[in-house]
Design a protein around this ligand. Structure first.
Ligand SMILES: NC(=O)c1ccc[n+]([C@@H]2O[C@H](COP(=O)([O-])OP(=O)(O)OC[C@H]3O[C@@H](n4cnc5c(N)ncnc54)[C@H](O)[C@@H]3O)[C@@H](O)[C@H]2O)c1
Ligand SMILES: O=CCCC(=O)O
Length: 497
């Protein structure tokens, strides 16, 4: 865990590093204000980007609205080919894209490589889905009428994306939108805009028509940008990944124009381990699940519920594995786990850990800040026998705190797991198939992962219930969110012969 000088990434394709917004196929660098992007591992400034005025969003919306008039009539085959080009381009530039991602986000390079592959898979999937949009035929009550439905692109989509997956959270919105024939105004997080800009460059290279994809930049005016996208009658859909609080704001702001919404919001995932589970496997999976992005993943386990008879064994084995982590700057090849996004994130982990300890939790692994490496580095904390009154039982920590709670019965643990206002992902470990079915069906989450800690895949519907939002990304349903169903009735047909 020794401090080392963070290297700057050496890129093969330097064109991927952009320092301008992208509207109507033009890179826009000029602005009266600029914001800095920093490497969270070193605190060094790595880019200065235009902090655009609100007029830039208005312009991007107008451009996307004009582009929609022709883009919606391109053939699904053509859109599929452009998406396939984009998939190939991401793969060709995989290593550079991973380096850019690590540089601005801080996650280990090995993880960033995985994210780029995952992000690209959305373009491959939706290249295949673009040509598979179906309607139904209906016989209405009136015998001289016939009806059928078609799916049409919803229109201009406003996309607001977070920093924790700077590439994949964008591609899983952009890919289905393009597949359906929608045009785009994207606002990436101002902490991690470089991955988004690299994607904009590749969208251009892939051959998409000018104006279909527009990317606006701001650090100081994020809420105003959001408001403009929500209130514009030209924008027909808002798709957002981020916190439940911001999701609620966007939903309220979208009410005046009755927008279609997809909201992928916060989670508080329970990770349940029964005494009949393979404990070593459960520990391995717990590590993979909890420490993706060092705990900054919306589907990371937030609450471990471990049956009381195995809680000591599980906690000790987990701690033994965590001690082997190599925490350091993400760009160093040997690093297994990088840093957190900022100091606010560290404060929250510390606050949740201290609160649980004060309320009676036992410390298995002390962890804590690692200032000798840098201000955003934090060694994981493992606490056991955490009381249910602790903050971590109700709030998402979004960082490297493993809070282990004890339970005795199946009914009891389902009660604990569902005692939250959010419902994104949950995990169950048991070798008893009856138990797996029962618990999976009783858990109030959009996704239940059984005997594995990693389930994310473009092929599965991704999304939550309760205050984790609505809409499903990826899968056979992903395209639907970017289309509207139109019903066509043909009347006054002659009598059947
Ligand atoms: N469900 C999912 O798929 C998913 C995926 C990733 C992250 N998340 C959630 O995101 C949260 C972590 O990210 P965060 O804390 O940065 O979330 P956040 O909601 O604060 O920020 C998300 C994005 O929204 C922007 N934003 C903030 N206020 C805004 C406003 N008023 N109008 C428009 N945009 C605004 C931010 O700049 C950022 O780009 C966690 O709760 C996590 O669970 C959910
Ligand atoms: O953080 C949210 C999304 C991560 C994933 O797709 O698994």
């Amino acid at each position: 865990m020794a401090a080392k000088e963070t290297p700057s990434p050496v890129l093969k394709n330097k064109d991927l590093l952009r320092d301008a917004a992208f509207i109507n196929g033009r890179w826009i660098k000029e602005a009266s204000e600029y914001f800095e992007v920093t490497d969270p591992a070193s605190g060094k400034v790595i880019a200065k980007l235009p902090d655009q005025p609100i007029s830039a969003v208005e312009e991007a919306i107008d451009v996307a609205n004009n582009a929609f008039k022709t883009f919606k009539n391109t053939t699904p085959r053509q859109r599929s080919a452009w998406l396939r080009n984009l998939f190939n381009l991401m793969n060709e530039n995989q290593e550079d894209l991973a380096k850019i991602l690590t540089w601005e986000n801080g996650k280990a390079l090995s993880e960033a490589r995985g994210e780029i592959k995952y992000a690209a898979s959305y373009f491959e999937w939706f290249a295949e889905e673009a040509v598979r949009s179906y309607g139904v035929t209906i016989q209405p009550g009136n015998c001289s009428n016939r009806a059928y439905t078609i799916r049409q692109p919803v229109g201009v989509c406003g996309m607001i994306c977070p920093w924790n997956f700077p590439s994949a959270m964008i591609t899983r919105k952009v890919a289905p939108a393009f597949a359906a024939g929608c045009t785009i105004v994207l606002k990436p997080d101002s902490q991690t805009p470089l991955s988004a800009l690299a994607l904009a460059y590749l969208v251009e290279k892939a051959g998409f028509p000018r104006g279909c994809f527009n990317l606006v930049l701001s650090h100081t005016r994020t809420p105003e940008f959001g408001l403009k996208l929500c209130e514009s009658p030209k924008v027909k859909k808002i798709t957002f990944t981020g916190s439940t609080n911001v999701g609620k704001i966007l939903m309220e702001q979208s009410a005046s124009t009755m927008k279609k919404l997809s909201l992928e919001l916060g989670g508080n995932a329970p990770f349940i381990v029964f005494e009949d589970a393979d404990i070593d496997e459960a520990v391995e999976q717990a590590l993979a699940c909890k420490f993706r992005g060092l705990g900054q993943t919306c589907v990371c386990a937030n609450r471990f519920y471990v049956q009381s008879s195995i809680i000591e064994e599980f906690s000790e084995k987990l701690a033994g594995k965590v001690k082997k982590f190599i925490i350091g700057p993400g760009l160093q090849e040997e690093t297994t786990h990088g840093c957190l996004i900022n100091q606010k994130a560290i404060k929250k982990v510390d606050e949740h850990a201290q609160d649980a300890i004060e309320k009676g939790a036992e410390v298995v692994l002390k962890g804590g800040p690692l200032p000798e490496i840098g201000e955003t580095f934090y060694s994981p904390v493992i606490l056991t026998k955490v009381p249910h009154s602790a903050k971590v039982s109700k709030e998402e920590t979004f960082g490297p705190l493993c809070a282990i709670f004890s339970f005795d019965t199946l009914e009891e643990v389902i009660g604990y797991a569902n005692d939250t206002n959010v419902g994104l992902a949950s995990y169950v470990f048991s070798k008893n198939v009856d138990k797996i079915y029962t618990v999976a069906e009783a858990l109030e989450t959009g996704m239940v992962s059984c005997n594995t800690g990693i389930f994310s895949d473009v092929a599965i519907p991704f999304g939550g219930v309760k205050e984790s939002g609505f809409g499903r990304e990826g899968s056979l349903y992903g395209l639907e969110d970017y289309t509207i169903i139109k019903t066509v009735t043909i009347g006054n047909l002659p009598n059947r012969i």
